[in-house]
Design a protein around this ligand. Structure first.
Ligand SMILES: [Zn+2]
Length: 187
């Protein structure tokens, strides 16, 4: 939905004729669109900066189009770095949209660090299904940055809890999906 620009961002709701403000739900200082919310917003930029730095990637964010094309061109191999980046990208899209909705509808907010930590947790849980990565200098640094040291412990000793956690994340996505539809109707 994000990639196809079908989320009910405020610019789209205004285009549908709804009488609402068009202010970004995260920074409140720019108009809200997909491109702004997920790339150009100062909040999203800070999250991206930490995610990219933690992946050891040097990339200057410009706009949605460039980022999308760059990700498509660079997310092909099966290295640990790319696996993390792929998971972090989807985690970032989900978390930023969730954060925007919490701020708008629940009057609660998280810091950039808290959001990044939630992305790291999801990346860590999902990667644990692949077992322990081959350890070289690059992967060792990635494990440190993404707190993957106890991946084995997660996959072996805490299997039931892990499956439960993944189910909760899935349920949360369904809830978010329903929530979005309700929000549109409420407007
Ligand atoms: Zn913003």
């Amino acid at each position: 939905m994000v990639i196809l620009d079908r989320l009910p961002t405020k610019d789209r709701l205004v285009r549908f004729g709804l009488a609402i403000d068009n202010v970004c739900g995260l920074c409140a200082s720019s108009s809200e669109s997909r491109d702004h919310l997920f790339v150009e917003c100062c909040f999203a930029k800070e999250v991206w900066d930490i995610v990219l730095t933690s992946c050891g990637v040097c990339y200057t964010l410009t706009n949605w189009e460039d980022l999308f094309n760059w990700l498509i061109a660079n997310l092909k191999d099966k290295s640990l770095r790319i696996r993390i980046l792929r998971l972090a990208w989807t985690g970032m899209l989900y978390s930023v949209w969730e954060e925007r909705n919490h701020r708008l509808f629940r009057r609660s907010s998280r810091s950039v660090d808290a959001l990044v930590n939630s992305i790291k947790l999801v990346v860590r849980v999902k990667l644990s299904r692949y077992g322990k990565p081959r350890i070289d200098d690059v992967n060792r640094q990635l494990c440190l940055n993404w707190v993957l040291d106890d991946t084995e412990e997660l996959s072996n000793d805490n299997g039931a809890g892990l499956i439960e956690y993944i189910e909760v994340v899935r349920l949360d996505r369904v809830r978010l999906h329903l929530h979005l539809h309700l929000e549109v109707e409420v407007y």
